[in-house]
Design a protein. Structure first.
Length: 112
């Protein structure tokens, strides 16, 4: 599942948070549609209400039947306004993802 949100904080044009990610997901869908069928299903979730508490994402998790079909989630979010794209957070039990990112590392980390 690929996720981005279209709302932003007040007094912000929303380009980095998170309009650029929404545009990237739409372009990804265009490119995928032009190619051969994917081996697995792809869910693209574009939410709102992220800034006041991830309301759209919480609603998907609480109510949508497709949740049980999700194997991996990539949430595209802003982390600054320039520089390379980085992975800045991950959840537990993601060793396989970390190994893939380590092939071309661009990350930061924090201890919860």
């Amino acid at each position: 599942m690929l996720v981005a949100h279209y709302d932003t904080v007040s007094r912000s044009p929303g380009a980095a948070d998170d309009g650029a990610a929404v545009a990237a997901l739409l372009e990804t869908l265009r490119a995928l549609n032009a190619g051969p069928p994917l081996r697995n299903d792809l869910i693209v979730l574009i939410t709102d209400g992220e800034e006041p508490g991830m309301l759209g994402a919480r609603a998907f998790v609480a109510e949508h039947p497709w949740l049980r079909d999700v194997g991996v989630v990539c949430n595209f979010e802003a982390r600054g306004t320039r520089g390379p794209s980085i992975m800045f957070e991950t959840s537990s039990d993601n060793g396989r993802l970390i190994r893939e990112f380590a092939r071309q590392p661009r990350t930061s980390s924090r201890t919860p």
